[in-house]
Design a protein around this ligand. Sequence first.
Ligand SMILES: Cc1cc2nc3c(=O)[nH]c(=O)nc-3n(C[C@H](O)[C@H](O)[C@H](O)COP(=O)(O)OP(=O)(O)OC[C@H]3O[C@@H](n4cnc5c(N)ncnc54)[C@H](O)[C@@H]3O)c2cc1C
Length: 476
Amino acid sequence: MTTLVWFRNDLRLADNPALAWACARGEVVPMYVLDEVNVGHWPLGGAGKWWLHYSLKEFAQNLAGIILKRGDAREIIPALAQETGATAVCWNRRYDPAGIACDRDLKELLRGMDIEVASHKANLLFEPWDVQTGAGDDYKVFTPFWKACMDKAASIGTPLPAPKVQVPAKLPASDKLDDWGLLPTKPNWAAGWENLWQPGEQGAQIRLQAFLQEGLHGYAAGRDMPAHNHTSRLSPHLHFGEISPRQVWHATQNAMSHDKALAKDGNKFLAEVGWREFCHHVLYHAPALPEENWRKQFDAYPWEDDRAALKAWQRGQTGYPFVDAGMRELWHTGTMHNRVRMVVASFLIKHLRTHWREGENWFWDTLLDADLANNAAGWQWVAGSGADGAPYFRIFNPITQGYKFDPDGVYTRRWLPELAKLPTQYLFSPWEAPAEVLAKAGVKLGETYPRPIVGHAQARAAALAGYEIVKTAKGD
Ligand SMILES: Cc1cc2nc3c(=O)[nH]c(=O)nc-3n(C[C@H](O)[C@H](O)[C@H](O)COP(=O)(O)OP(=O)(O)OC[C@H]3O[C@@H](n4cnc5c(N)ncnc54)[C@H](O)[C@@H]3O)c2cc1C
């Protein structure tokens, strides 16, 4: 019997429950839809398109064929099911509101056509509706959420092997991947990224193994230091489903069982994967999370709308070196270290009092791991408006954060070559350096590197004044 397997962000053969289900039935027609209709406000960003191109290219080779179509999945899937004579359509579940709505419609439509529909859990360890408080509510705080998950850890199960996929000799017509124009050309701002990343299932496994061997030991402390190689860099692979969280879970448990000294680092790493689960849990239960304050009091915050300041932030020209280093890392590599994401986000929201949605949009377009749940939750966490958010009044000091998390300035100098010769003592606040120190380092403030666009103390005071309004505003 022929089954149409509709791949979305699950571009892998191994541990792919929908694919395994279809293979057990017989012949498989694999397909991917570039759907720019059922995406709500969130069509794929520029960096995500770059990743998708290479990920699909590899996946098509691994499958020995995949049908690519561009358009509305609600029209394309039923038409293709009919054309191929498929008696069933299956997919792995997604959790964004527009995707859920589309899948619901399709289920109804296909069942009306007498076609079996099967959806599977593949991209989370725990379904958002399966983790509940004693009172039957969803969780709003990470620690009890993750404890409840760990109580159910036995339900995670073991990863599935890659099945033997029997694709019909003749597949219906497909679009050509190159015709989708997913890669940037004028200009090619992603030049060189192919040396930094290996999109696809194989690249994901290589990353995981390298991390387990070289990064996991010392992760708990090292994960906060952007100059070090202590984080997994698995996030784009996880976002596009080239690796499943279950594979990550099992490989980490396995590493821990062979080396007891890894327990602390391994559990910390799995708790970060747990944050990914939590963000999806929150998005599922609060589908407006990407667009609206989760805490309604924040609707009263007096945001500024300073376009020049926003542009300076986007370009890494704020005059605060630790912030600028992060923004340039993002532009040049498609990623940014988590610690620095928190600092740049805090700077935009609190020092510039720019709405978190502006930052969320910029990250959406420029991050290779741009993910609706993680990105929205990350921004609202920093803003203090989210579930289990950082308290608003905790304002990251962009100068001391630099000294603390980049004590030798290695990360900051890497991204700001114009400050490379500045002694570390002044690296995070060059305006405090004596004139002769600046001259010796070849730094001309306002020329080779900007002066700070806001003063830290004034900005902090203004942010806190805004927060006073939030405190007295009506909440949910
Ligand atoms: C403002 C802001 C925006 C963010 N936007 C995104 C986003 O669009 N996509 C995204 O995947 N992550 C996002 N994050 C979370 C985090 O920064 C990245 O997941 C992490 O930096 C990825 O690097 P890594 O794979 O080396 O992480 P590791 O430390 O190796 O962690 C392993 C995995 O756990 C998950 N994870 C780790 N930290 C978090 C977290 N705080 N929230 C949710 N999941 C987490 C990721 O899937 C990650 O790959 C954001 C954080 C902030 C503060």
